[in-house]
Ligand binder design. Sequence first.
Ligand SMILES: *Cc1c(COP(=O)(O)O)cnc(C)c1O
Length: 244
Amino acid sequence: MTDQSDTAHSPTLDDKPPVGEADVAAGLAEVRAQIRRAAEDNERDPGGVHLVAVSKTVPAEGILPALAAGQRLFGENYVQESKAKWPALKTRFPDVELHLVGPLQSNKAREAVELFDVIHSLDRLSLAAALAKEIERIGRAPKLLIQVNTGDEAQKAGVAPGQVDVLLSECRETHGLAIHGLMCIPPAEDPPSPHFALLARIAERHGLSMLSMGMSADFPAAIQMGATHVRVGTAIFGRRAKRG
Ligand SMILES: *Cc1c(COP(=O)(O)O)cnc(C)c1O
């Protein structure tokens, strides 16, 4: 039995070299091994846990070693950055699956629907309306996940846990959108497992199969709670420069 405190905050993350200097192939191999171990420890099929390699701020040449090592699911936070990096990479690696994990402004809905295969950050009705319109217009439907603000944090994106039911039924009934799963980012200061457990309960109640939870510091705990998609950046690509 793994002690939760072992997995909640990996002490090695702060020691990671910065983006550009990290050994991407080694980081990826290590993360894959940890995913396999966490799945097996919890009697889950490792094939049921998908690694989304979060490559925000990483230039194309820094992503190539991950592609060479067979990684095909990638996560990005910013639509403009993704548009600059990915179309060229996708011509070389057409089976790449791109995930938008960062917040999405409604006025970027068109570009997001054109570029991404999965959008993890649907959290309000106005965005659902914008996405529905573009999906209809473009004839391309990314999978959609509702982001849940499990910690009810004032500044954080995501719908409050008590509002998921309403948003879900409005997405489905008002806009005819298929919703595939849920995503959360636990508050930095909390132990993450109760947040992952809450997200898993809400998903189960609604029969949603995709559970996007767990980042570099806590993905083994998320796998224990049923994550189907873990979003890992730093442990693969190195430390990002702080923004702003
Ligand atoms: C940046 C980011 C990640 C990856 O975080 P790491 O701690 O670098 O693994 C995952 N999910 C979201 C939503 C992010 O913004």
